[in-house]
Design a protein around this ligand. Structure first.
Ligand SMILES: Cc1ncc(COP(=O)(O)O)c(C=O)c1O
Length: 394
């Protein structure tokens, strides 16, 4: 075969998808598997959203659409940002509609950093950050996020990591894989650092609707209205149980959106218009179903945290956002990968090693509780059996 590019050697992908493949193989062999590896809601997409998609298909929204997104969707997104907790109205040329949010991270890195530049990334952090940054020949400067700080990124650690080559800081609150929500004061400190050093600030806000215990969400965009440096990565996958639809909207300075829009036009052409019509319904229609999902997630979070803390050699702090828990497994004597492998092969419990989210995830695993109460209860009991057997032997 002819030779592939060097870039392909730097691609890492997302390890959770590889774990899912192994879990599916075991299922094919007839084993029952409890899935906690992927952040994919078990809820169906709300009916009103599905119906608006059918309607759009029947009305002929099946052709190319404007590359940066349907005007009507951009207006709905601007309305929603203004109505919501960010409280400002972006101009329509500050918005770009994309197929899912993941590609927005690639656009953000590609349009702001040159090969050899540095981007500050929380570790543990969402796996795509590391893979995209590496693929683009940019250096990821990992800032450890500590359990003793309730897994919140410390602005002082971010400041210390800045060099002359730094181009961007990435923050993600609520966080995947940690579920941590940064305080408004911490967000302000991070914004001030980015402003002082004139850096880009990527705020990944995928989980902003999934916050519990009346904790306050804060976005750095309130300081510059996305006109200077803040790039908001956002989408519908998690908030509206729409992972398979592939739709998101990014907000950023208009000069950035113009270039990212050209990238979009070049490689993806446009986002499916019937999916965009469904997204308009998601932003403007009833929120009752989503509110109910959030209520259910909160109950599941409490259940899984209590369940994990009842297991031998495991401890788990209670996160206040997203739908992930990140228990500490150090006392088992296993490393993250050994633990994840044992749980899958012996217990049929599929979860992600903490190291799938960076080297500082060693000693932890991630479980997604976007799963039913019954599956959470059964999964915890399976883990208990496997752990008791393992700890007896070792
Ligand atoms: C923090 C974070 N950002 C972005 C994404 C990408 O979302 P999408 O599925 O819409 O591409 C995810 C998905 O898991 C995520 O957890």
């Amino acid at each position: 075969m002819a030779k592939l590019s060097d870039m392909t050697d730097r691609l890492e992908g997302q390890e959770m998808f590889q774990i899912l493949s192994r879990a599916k193989e075991l299922e094919k062999e007839g084993k029952t598997i409890f899935h906690f590896e992927l952040g994919d809601p078990d809820f169906n997409t709300p009916k009103n959203i599905i119906n608006s998609c059918y309607d759009a298909l029947n009305k002929g929204f099946t052709h190319y659409a404007p590359s940066s997104g349907l005007l009507e969707l951009k207006v709905a997104a601007a309305d929603s940002t203004e109505r919501g907790r960010r409280g400002f109205r972006p101009d329509l040329n500050q918005l770009l509609v994309t197929p899912g949010a993941n590609v927005q991270i690639d656009f953000a890195v590609s349009c702001t950093a040159n090969p050899g530049d540095e981007i500050i990334v929380p570790d543990p952090g969402f796996a795509s950050y590391f893979s995209i940054i590496k693929a683009r020949r940019v250096e990821a400067i990992r800032v450890p996020v500590y359990e003793k700080n309730k897994f919140r990124l410390n602005p002082k650690d971010v400041e210390k990591a800045i060099t002359d080559k730094t181009k961007m800081i990435i923050i993600n609150s609520p966080s995947n894989p940690l579920g941590a929500v940064m305080t408004p004061e911490e967000i302000k400190e991070i914004y001030d650092i980015a402003e002082k050093k004139d850096l880009w600030l990527l705020s990944d806000e995928m989980y902003t609707r999934l916050i519990y215990d009346n904790v306050q969400f804060s976005s750095p965009s309130i300081y510059d209205k996305c006109k200077e440096r803040t790039i908001i990565v956002n989408g519908f996958s998690k908030s509206h149980a729409m992972t398979g639809w592939r739709i998101g909207i990014m907000t950023a300075p208009k000069e950035f959106i113009e270039k990212a829009g050209l990238l979009m036009e070049t490689s993806l052409s446009c986002t499916s218009p019937f999916i965009q019509k469904a997204a308009i319904e998601a932003l403007s229609g009833s929120n009752l179903y989503c509110d109910e999902m959030i209520k259910q997630y909160k109950g599941r979070r409490d259940l899984i945290v209590d369940g994990l803390n009842s297991l031998p050699a495991i401890s788990c702090i209670k996160p206040q956002g997203a739908f992930y828990v990140f228990p500490n497994i150090k006392e088992t004597g296993m490393n993250s990968r050994e633990f994840a492998k044992l749980m899958l092969e012996e217990g049929g419990v599929s979860l992600s090693p903490g190291t799938a989210f960076g080297k500082y995830g060693e000693g932890y695993v991630r479980l997604s509780y976007a799963n039913s109460v019954q599956n959470i209860e059964n999964g915890i009991e399976r883990m208990r059996e496997v752990l008791n057997k393992y700890l007896d032997k070792n």
